[in-house]
Write a protein that binds this ligand. Sequence first.
Ligand code: ZN
Length: 381
Amino acid sequence: MSKVAILAFSGGMDSTSLLLKLLREGYQVYTIGFNYGQKHIIELTRAQMNIDYLAIQGYQVYNQTVDLSSLMSTFSGALTSTESIPKGHYEENQMKATVVPNRNAIFSSIIYGYALSMSKKLNTDVIISLGVHSGDHAIYPDCRPEFYRILNEAFALGNWDSDNVTLDLPYIDGDKTTILLDAIESCKVLGLEFDTIFANTNTSYEPDETGRSSGRTGSDIERILAFNAIGRKDPVEYQSNWDDVLSHALSVEAEYMDKIYREKLTELQYQVTRNSATERAFTGIYDKHFVVGNYYCVCCNHLLFSSQHKYNSGCGWPAFHNEDADAKIVRIADTSYGMVRIEVKCSKCDAHLGHVFEDGPKEFGGERYCINSAALIFGED
Ligand SMILES: [Zn+2]
């Protein structure tokens, strides 16, 4: 008897990736999709398309759809009612309109009952796999780890033989990007076409009547940015071309991040990191700061320098002769103010940090990173 997994299979990219992962790990998988009156019901058709594709490739998956639409289509929220689907970034507050009340508790309850029954029928242990991840946590409280931990405890208390069923949330600390990377690995191991699989998914809350994604809802934006992060074009069909879809998603992301930075940073920190301003010489808090520890990007906490790279250059700004081995600071030719200089930026969030010059200490390679204190945050070891 092979290992058995019950998978909540929406037809989106997370649960599809998880299905591939389970197959890769040698599980016999039983999938359950839910018709809850969602406007994007096309996801269930896509789910079946992937089940059919996998069967042709020699991977038998048992798929079924549970129809809860008669009741749940009366639930409040933009996914099941006439309320319009909000547009914008997936962590924006207005995305709460896409919460379906108690949805995951309802689904999990059904899946748990099914898992217990399958465990008994097949006389084996069963895992319940769910593709929830950290990108869901901000808006969907019923995707958070603490919710599943307590729910699982309650199910175990309320049933006999619950030792035979284990909850499996392998993506809980990941995001859509790490999920796609996992799917690439699965496709390689299983000999499957990544683009075929992901063309057969739906993530948009607002597909048109032919099933093409709008590219405008929060879930679209999150998916598009994840494909961009792994350097691939999303194979799913959009209502406009990929360049338009991507440029829109990037501008939504930039606008959202700008709002976050404005809230988080002081005016000086914002002007330096986001608008490439320079703090006045001899005014920064880290200029004459020589405590043992690390210097991080003030915007995103990415590790940039260690105190062992720091030295007193006398130039009026914090100076470092090297960067942390994993910092991967980006260098750009800067010709502003009639000079040719090398600008340095955070590789993770694009924050302007300062410049790098060739007049550093020779024994450490001869470079001087001239960095604004306002771009840094220090942490003691
Ligand atoms: Zn950064």
